[in-house]
Write a protein that binds this ligand. Structure first.
Ligand code: URA
Length: 202
């Protein structure tokens, strides 16, 4: 097929254009646009989330909604500046279902994650980060090639089969969902400790 999603991107700009024309899986149909990664082309740390949310889908930028705001705060607390990092997602289009006027997030399946690895792998090839921070199970699946046990494997650097150094932690949206204040404080502290491991590596 001679579509743009078959062309090997030579730059991150090429890649961003390719994502807009991506037909590798059906998720493009219901999304406003593709959401590519953003950040310095030679960032030492790449942060990988799951997929764009409602606000990211509309803005065309990763991590600009509630989870992104929490991530920014926590990164700053760990001594990391978002502007120095390359932020992206395992899946580049927003998967959702309508619920009244709202669009409810749906977790991408393994086939969608696999299809979108084309883009994540090219982002990794172009940015060459020293360390990749995987936020949650979907990012872990995309980077490790298997579904990780996030709570058991978090906070330590894992070497993937392809040689990537991956630090796994929970997704910030998980922290936002915790109803109990004591659990929430404890989980935020653990998340911060995981980010400190990344910070110490840079
Ligand atoms: N959640 C993600 O995983 N990625 C985003 O970009 C926003 C929310």
């Amino acid at each position: 097929r001679a579509t743009t999603d078959d062309l090997v991107p030579e730059t991150l700009d090429d890649l961003a254009r390719g994502v807009q024309g991506c037909r590798r899986c059906p998720l493009w149909r219901d999304a406003t646009q593709g959401v590519c990664g953003e950040g310095p082309a030679r960032a030492g740390l790449m942060v990988v989330g799951e997929q764009p949310g409602d606000q990211e889908d509309l803005a065309g930028r990763p991590f600009v909604g509630p989870a992104g705001r929490l991530l920014d705060t926590m990164l700053e607390a760990a001594g990391l500046d978002r502007r120095d990092l390359y932020l992206t997602n395992a899946v580049k289009h927003f998967k959702h279902e309508p619920r009244g006027k709202r669009r409810l997030h749906k977790t991408p399946n393994a086939g969608e994650v696999q299809a979108c690895r084309w883009w994540l792998d090219h982002e990794r090839r172009l940015v060459k980060p020293r360390l990749i921070l995987a936020l949650g199970a979907t990012a872990g699946l995309a980077l490790l090639g298997r579904k990780p046990a996030v709570q058991a494997e978090r906070g330590q650097i894992i070497t993937a089969d392809d040689g990537a150094r991956v630090l796994l932690t929970v997704h910030p949206a998980y922290l936002l969902r915790l109803p109990d204040p004591t659990t929430r404080d404890k989980e935020r502290a653990r998340f911060l400790a995981d980010l400190a491991v990344a910070s110490a590596e840079l």
